[in-house]
Design a protein around this ligand. Structure first.
Ligand code: SAM
Length: 287
């Protein structure tokens, strides 16, 4: 892999130098990549290339596109996932939650269609909201994301991330609410059904760790989500069990999911058996 990286660096730098011009200029210490079928161009800090998640991606890409690619390297990954991976690596997120995040996003992509309405029930720092708006946005910007959090700082962080990441049309597709998710039906207009409701439980990363999601309100939130969810839609719950109160909340989520009618819901979970404290992904699919 080191050989591949060195060769890529050489090819990329040669190509950048050969092409010249500001639109293809690559800052020192960065490498350009084309990502996904869309061939969207990204410039990535060389420091991130040795991260195990990035190395996996490069290996996968080399298998798909060959080791003899000329010029700017192609990465075999959905653009939305790649953007999220970069964010996570830049912010030094733990590999375990980052891996779960990528799995969640892949699953969401299978469920969500352009133009859909979706809910981010715990917007936190805004990463999920940003991924969601990019998934629902069609050419007319007709999709919609209803995002909420009980903490003002979380809403500010989300607004800040959206403002710097989205053009004004896409930005206009997101509404932020200072609201408990148990009351999500008050912000999603009457008669609107949503394709996905995402819960990312626990505390705000980088924020006050004593403000956590609570079993009672999470349960009410899940019930509300189940009422406004369209047929074929998904409630996605990432449940952290490593902090005080986390395991109790997970047991509540599991209990609720286990009690749903089998002819109306498909419920499953993704849990790392060799990492007991890694977050657990619970998926409730409405038939
Ligand atoms: C793990 S963070 C969410 C991370 C976020 N999804 C992201 O992409 O950055 C959990 C968030 O849930 C929020 N929260 C806690 N209780 C809530 C409630 N009852 N309703 C809505 N949000 C709540 C917290 O303030 C915190 O920001």
């Amino acid at each position: 892999m080191n050989k591949l990286l060195r060769r890529l660096a050489r090819c990329s730098l040669l190509r950048s130098a050969a092409l010249g011009g500001s639109s293809v200029t690559v800052p020192e210490g960065y490498l350009p990549f084309y990502v996904g079928e869309e061939m969207e161009r990204f410039v990535v800090s060389a420091d991130l290339l040795n991260h195990p998640l990035f190395i996996n991606l490069l290996n996968k890409s080399a298998q798909e596109y060959g080791y003899q690619q000329k010029g700017v390297l192609r990465i075999a990954c959905h653009v939305i996932l790649f953007r999220r991976l970069l964010q996570a690596l830049q912010e030094g997120e733990e590999a375990s939650s980052c891996e779960h995040d990528l799995r969640r996003l892949l699953i969401w992509k299978h469920v969500i269609q352009k133009g859909d309405a979706v809910v981010d029930a715990t917007c936190g720092n805004g990463h999920d909201t940003l991924a969601l708006v990019n998934m629902v946005a069609d050419e007319l910007c007709s999709g919609h994301v209803y995002s909420m959090d009980i903490q003002e700082s979380a809403l500010q962080n989300t607004a800040c991330l959206l403002d710097k990441s989205l053009d004004p049309h896409k930005r206009g597709m997101v509404e932020l609410f200072a609201n408990c998710h148990s009351k999500m039906e008050e912000v999603v207009p009457n008669g609107v059904t949503v394709r996905l409701v995402a819960f990312n439980l626990g505390y705000l990363p980088g924020g006050d760790k004593t403000v956590i999601t609570k079993s009672e309100t999470t349960l009410l939130g899940m019930k509300a989500a189940s009422r406004i969810l369209a047929s074929g839609g998904l409630i996605s719950m990432l449940v952290y069990v490593g902090h005080p109160g986390g395991m109790e909340e997970y047991e509540m989520v599991e209990g609720f999911a286990s009690g749903l009618q089998v002819n109306e819901w498909i419920c499953c979970k993704l849990q790392m058996m060799n990492r007991p404290l890694a977050p657990i992904l619970v998926l409730l699919c409405k038939r």
